[in-house]
Design a protein around this ligand. Structure first.
Ligand code: B16
Ligand code: MG
Length: 224
């Protein structure tokens, strides 16, 4: 059976959270706001606009709309300067193995990311050609946990949502996959990603037999 496998980007395919952190931290410092790695965790899967809103809220700061826009641009320029140095060594372990296994088995492969920089990142690490379709922050109007990003991915793959499987590292992303009626697979901590159907530390612990099961088993409809 042809299933749709939809991958989040940051935290699933590559670890760009560290670059978001550096850029947000610089911005926060410039505003006199302290910004910790724990707070950065809370920005995973969150859009750029929402991230800046949260940082300002944490620092109890109000700024003009013009300043808001220019800070977003500054942050993204710094982030892009880190991205520019990325190469395939930054792909998270066993991601290429899984993608190649899915391609060999004629499965649908999509990207479902909140990032507006997703295409350039996939190009930098040399994985863009492995994806049948890419849905990113430039294609959606509603942020995760809204299921829009994954539903568009399923539509573009021409595979029904109940036949799609999502890999995600953020709580909002797992909720989005569940809201889409898809199988959700958390990559990370099982206590944090408790709402996922399955959780793995990383892809090295996902065996081909498990993927075969996903390909061959029909999902029980989820009560939404
Ligand atoms: P950008 P994902 C998300 O990507 C990141 O996890 C999140 O930290 C970031 O703010 C968001 O993309 C927007 O990224 O500024 O590049 O548009 O995890 O959904 O792949
Ligand atoms: Mg992510």
């Amino acid at each position: 059976m042809r299933k749709g496998f939809i991958f989040d980007l940051d935290g699933v395919i590559v670890d760009t959270a560290k670059y978001h952190f550096l850029a947000w931290q610089n911005l926060a410092t410039g505003l006199g706001i302290s910004f910790t790695e724990e707070q950065n965790e809370q920005l995973k899967g969150v859009s750029r606009i929402k991230s800046l809103e949260k940082i300002l809220e944490w620092g109890n700061k109000t700024i003009s709309e013009d300043q808001f826009q220019s800070l977003m641009t500054e942050k993204n320029e710094e982030y892009l300067s880190y991205i520019a140095k990325m190469d395939q060594s930054e792909i998270l372990p066993d991601v290429p193995r899984l993608l190649d296994y899915l391609i060999k088995n004629n499965q649908g492969i999509a990207l479902g990311s909140a990032s507006k920089n997703a295409r350039v990142i996939l190009e930098k690490v040399g994985l863009k050609s492995k994806f049948d379709t890419i849905v990113d922050g430039t294609n959606v109007t509603k942020a995760k946990p809204n299921p829009e990003v994954f539903l568009i991915g399923a539509k573009q793959l021409e595979i029904a949502p109940e036949n799609c499987i999502v890999f995600e590292d953020s709580v909002a992303g797992i909720k989005a996959a569940n809201n889409a009626g898809m199988i959700s697979i958390g990559i990370g901590d099982k206590d944090i990603l408790a709402e996922a159907d399955f959780v793995f530390n990383d892809f090295t612990t996902i065996k081909n037999e498990f993927i075969n099961q996903l390909i061959n088993t029909q999902k029980e409809p989820r009560v939404l």
